[in-house]
Ligand binder design. Structure first.
Ligand code: SF4
Length: 257
């Protein structure tokens, strides 16, 4: 599936995006989709370079518009399997409107969002998921605004399947994407990824050791929430939820009968 003629890739050392691409391709292998029936779409940003490394038909579209293009592809060719790679800036800022309405419509596609909480490629500006207090090139004194919780947003807008993991959780992430590929309607998988480059673009995980520590603490959160879910208890409101999975039975556009 990989286009070796495009290697070496342009991602910075230590970037989490390659892990997400690998997990997505492993999930597609798992469900047995063929290259000639699968199409990848993306917008603009580091995450959106991903389809360029995959040996299928793909559309590298305009900033924030991948979901609109993907909706068009699915409605015109419902026989195609549609996968979208996007990032937090692409999806939740300029593409925020398309995001909520694609979830509301439940168009049959899988959306994988590499959420590194910052604009990486374009210069390290704060994004809609930059945590309050985090330093970026546009928030030199710390972000002053609350951040979007992308999984919560997708759930509220009606997406049929929503999961959240990190680039550290390779097995869990691959399983979540596999489930998303098989679930009718819009499957949204948020992946918390690190952006450790030091060229003024890094998110708050500036060193790889910070990233490992951060992801370890989130692995503990997964266990915490898995236990709560198994006990039938609600996940605490306002707390960072991870590994959450929601299924709803609603009709989905673009689903083959
Ligand atoms: Fe990855 Fe950040 Fe580099 Fe972009 S700027 S390739 S997200 S590490």
């Amino acid at each position: 599936w990989l286009r070796e003629d495009r290697l070496p890739h342009i991602y910075c050392s230590g970037c989490g995006n390659g892990t997400v691409i690998n997990c997505t391709l492993a999930a597609i292998d798992e469900v047995g989709w063929r290259r000639d029936e699968t199409v990848f779409l993306s917008g603009i940003g580091c995450s959106s370079r991903a389809p360029g490394y995959i040996n299928t038909d793909s559309l590298h579209t305009t900033h924030g518009r991948a979901l609109a293009f993907a909706t068009g592809v699915k409605l015109a060719r419902p026989d195609l399997k549609v996968v979208v790679f996007t990032g937090d800036g692409d999806l939740a800022a300029i593409g925020g409107n398309h995001f909520i309405h694609a979830c509301r419509r439940n168009v049959d596609m899988t959306v994988v969002c590499m959420n590194n909480q910052i604009y990486g490629m374009t210069g390290g500006q704060g994004s809609p998921t930059t945590p309050p207090g985090a330093i970026s090139t546009t928030t030199p004194y710390g972000a002053s605004e609350p951040a979007f919780d992308l999984a919560d947003l997708a759930i509220a807008a009606g997406a049929n399947y929503v999961a959240r993991w990190t680039s550290y959780h390779v097995t869990e992430l691959t399983k979540a994407i596999t489930t998303g590929l098989q679930t009718p309607g819009l499957a949204f998988i948020e992946v918390r990824t690190q952006c450790p480059t030091n060229y003024g673009r890094s998110n708050r995980l500036r060193e790889v050791s910070d990233m490992i520590e951060y992801l370890r603490s989130h692995a503990m959160l997964v266990q915490k929430y898995e236990r709560l879910i198994a006990e039938g208890k609600p996940i605490p409101e306002g707390t960072f939820t991870i590994g959450e999975l929601v299924r709803r039975n609603r009709p989905a556009m673009g689903v083959q009968p």
